[in-house]
Design a protein around this ligand. Structure first.
Ligand code: ZN
Length: 504
């Protein structure tokens, strides 16, 4: 593995150094390009943080960021529990062959959307907090920094905050934060060649199933007794705008209203069994699936042949967990599609550069920005540049794109026009594992299984950046193999449209 990495980095170095001077400059710009606005904003916040008169005050101010992230975590947990409760209603009814009501469907759709809104908001806060931690660590390890002593104090306090939270029994949020802080530690270690001083969060990274279960029960109590935060009001506000700005219409051959669309989702009869299922999929509009800013360019998996599933993994590549996912695919003999952020493809090029019959490589924007909120320059970066810079590493442009948080705007939006112009289909999903906000592989698996059995076909969404996702996805793949079929996403697209669809 080490040897492969070494060869890859030499190959990369060789490629870049052999290019013309103009090309070299372009390569440098690409590396610098990521997150420049956010980075600057967070650097300013860091400077402001350092202006406080005493070390104690500076540390307390930083601890406020941790506190806030912890409280957001439990807003997301509440939505997760609500999602599971709504899913249970739908699952039980479909398993008993009962008709779903409009309320069942609307409430499920609402909770699905609110989870996406919470995700986006808490991610933004998380990144701010992690950038501040990154800067604190950097200064703590820099001899000639005027902030060295203060940041060492600060970093030690982060560790104290984490340890105290754990002792108090707040295990879910702590595990979540510790994992993220650990990733920053790893990043710093890779950047500094000398001995790095960073607190270790390793003891929180691989909890036993017993700890996970205990943490899950405890977070139920914390959710029930939590104070409201401004994330709660943000969700209310965003939700009122949601239907206008975010919802993308179903694939071409579905009936018009969202409600009918979801009814179709759940039409599946009781005791579904692939072997007994002989009726072919709805045959209309077979050819009408190609890069296009309307429903013809949009895939959810709801039109796939009954019983067939595609596995997808978003947000990586990640230095650890992407390989875990690849191992899962290999061990189970199935195919998956990775939707990667270009900023991570540039950081970790080893897997993206490797072709494999086990996976396809697709795009998930440059920096995971919320696309409907971008300026035209922002969209240019998140879609056009994401694709061209992706191709510099992968060797080919992607032919499939997934909008962060599923937010692509309505039919014909500028976002969807840009995706189509780059010759890509937009790929959504119909089964959401919510693995980003659930540390417990077993509950992720149960949530996923219920959706799979309610829908009977489609696209499963996982993330290749979390340890729990690697464990849970293995369980899901094994379950799918026992009852359904797992096929390459592009093969199912081919079957749906009746002609080939190429993907790198
Ligand atoms: Zn994503």
């Amino acid at each position: 593995m080490r040897l492969i990495k070494l060869i890859t980095s030499f190959a990369l170095l060789f490629t870049f150094s052999c290019q013309s001077p103009w090309k070299q400059d372009e390569t440098r710009t690409v590396a610098q390009y990521e997150h420049e606005d956010e980075e600057q904003k967070h650097a300013n916040t860091f400077e402001k943080l350092m202006q406080a008169p005493t070390d104690a005050e500076r540390s307390r101010n930083f601890a406020n960021y941790l506190d806030r992230q912890r409280s957001f975590y439990y807003v997301a947990q509440q939505l997760l529990f609500d999602f599971d409760a709504r899913l249970d209603v739908i699952y039980n009814k479909t398993q008993n062959g009962e008709q779903l009501t409009d309320e069942d469907i609307n409430e499920f759709q609402k909770i699905r959307a609110q989870n996406l809104i919470a995700w986006e908001f808490s991610e933004r806060n998380l990144h701010e907090m992690l950038d501040l931690y990154y800067l604190a660590l950097k200064h703590a390890n820099t001899e000639d920094s005027p902030y060295q002593k203060s940041t060492q104090w600060m970093v030690a306090n982060v560790k104290k905050w984490i340890d105290e939270g754990w002792k108090k029994g707040d295990k879910s949020a702590i595990m979540n934060l510790a994992q993220n802080l650990h990733d920053v530690n790893e990043q710093i270690k890779s950047e500094f060649s000398t001995k790095v001083k960073a607190p270790s969060f390793k003891s929180y990274l691989n909890p036993s199933q017993a700890v996970l279960t205990e943490a899950y029960e405890r977070s139920k109590w914390l959710v029930a007794n939590r104070p409201k935060t401004h994330l709660d009001s943000f969700i209310e506000k965003e939700w009122s705008e949601y239907l206008q700005t975010r919802v993308i219409e179903p694939e071409q051959d579905f009936v018009n209203t969202k409600t009918d669309f979801l009814k179709n989702d759940f039409k599946l009869k009781k005791d579904f069994n692939l072997k007994n299922f002989t009726t072919p999929r709805t045959p209309q509009a077979l050819d009408e699936l190609y890069p296009s800013p309307d429903g013809k360019g949009h895939v959810t998996g709801n039109r796939f042949p009954m019983g067939k599933w595609a596995m997808t993994f978003d947000d990586g590549p990640n230095p650890t967990h992407t390989q875990g996912m690849v191992n899962n695919l290999k061990n189970n003999g199935v195919h998956g599609t990775f939707f990667w952020q270009t900023q991570n493809v540039l950081k970790y090029p080893a897997i993206p550069q490797t072709t494999s019959p086990l996976y396809s490589r697709a795009s998930h924007s440059y920096t995971h920005a919320n696309l409907p909120k971008q300026s035209s320059a922002g969209l240019d970066k998140e879609i056009n540049r994401a694709v061209t810079d992706f191709a510099k590493i992968v060797g080919e442009k992607p032919t499939m794109f997934r909008c962060p948080y599923g937010a692509c705007g309505p039919s014909g939006s500028a976002i969807r026009q840009m995706i189509a112009k780059n010759n890509m289909l937009h790929i959504a999903w119909n089964v959401d594992t919510l693995d980003w906000q659930d540390k417990n592989p077993e509950s992720i698996f149960q949530r996923t299984k219920k959706q799979i059995d309610s829908l009977g076909r489609g696209i499963v969404l996982f993330h290749d950046i979390h340890p729990q996702s690697v464990i849970a996805s293995d369980k899901v793949i094994k379950y799918l193999k026992s009852k359904y079929k797992v096929e390459p996403l592009h093969k199912l697209i081919e079957e749906s449209r009746g002609k080939p669809y190429y993907t790198p």
